[in-house]
Design a binder for this molecule. Structure first.
Ligand SMILES: [Mg+2]
Length: 122
C-alpha cells in the first residue's frame, strides 16, 4: 500500500477558532471551529495529517497544541494522531485560513493588502 498523502492543516483559524487576541504561543484560548474535530477524525483515516502552526516553534507551544487536541477530542491518544510542526511540510494540499489559491494569475497587491481571514470579515 502506498504511503498516505499528506494533508497540511493550519491550526489557528482552521482547527482552533482563534477569535480571542493572540497572547503567547502556549496559550490557546478558544474552542474548535465547528466541524474541525469531525474533519480531523475523518481526514486522518485517509491522509497523514500534519498540523502547522507558528506555536509549534517551541516545545511548549507544540505541547499546548497537543494538550488542546486531547482535551477537545476527548481522547488521550489524540496527542499522537498528528505531526505538529511550525515548518511548511511537503503536502498535497494546505488547508489554511490565510492562503490565497494561486491559479496562474497573480493577485493585485491591493487585494493582498485587503485580505481578511474568513472569521475576520464584515
Ligand atoms: Mg491560520
Amino acid at each position: 500500500m502506498p504511503a498516505p498523502k499528506t494533508l497540511a492543516v493550519d491550526f489557528d483559524g482552521v482547527i482552533h477558532a482563534y477569535v480571542s487576541p493572540w497572547t503567547r504561543p502556549e496559550e490557546i484560548h478558544d474552542p474548535p471551529v465547528p466541524g474541525a474535530l469531525t474533519f480531523l477524525n475523518l481526514a486522518r483515516e485517509r491522509f497523514e495529517v500534519v498540523i502547522c502552526s507558528v506555536r509549534a516553534e517551541t516545545p511548549e507551544g507544540r505541547e499546548a497544541i497537543r494538550t488542546w487536541l486531547i482535551e477537545h477530542i476527548g481522547n488521550p491518544e489524540a496527542g499522537a494522531w498528528f505531526r505538529i510542526t511550525h515548518e511548511k511540510p511537503k503536502a498535497v494540499v494546505y488547508l489554511d485560513d490565510r492562503a490565497w489559491q494561486f491559479a496562474g494569475t497573480f493577485p493585485s497587491l491591493d487585494a493582498i493588502d485587503a485580505f481578511r481571514p474568513w472569521n475576520r470579515r464584515g
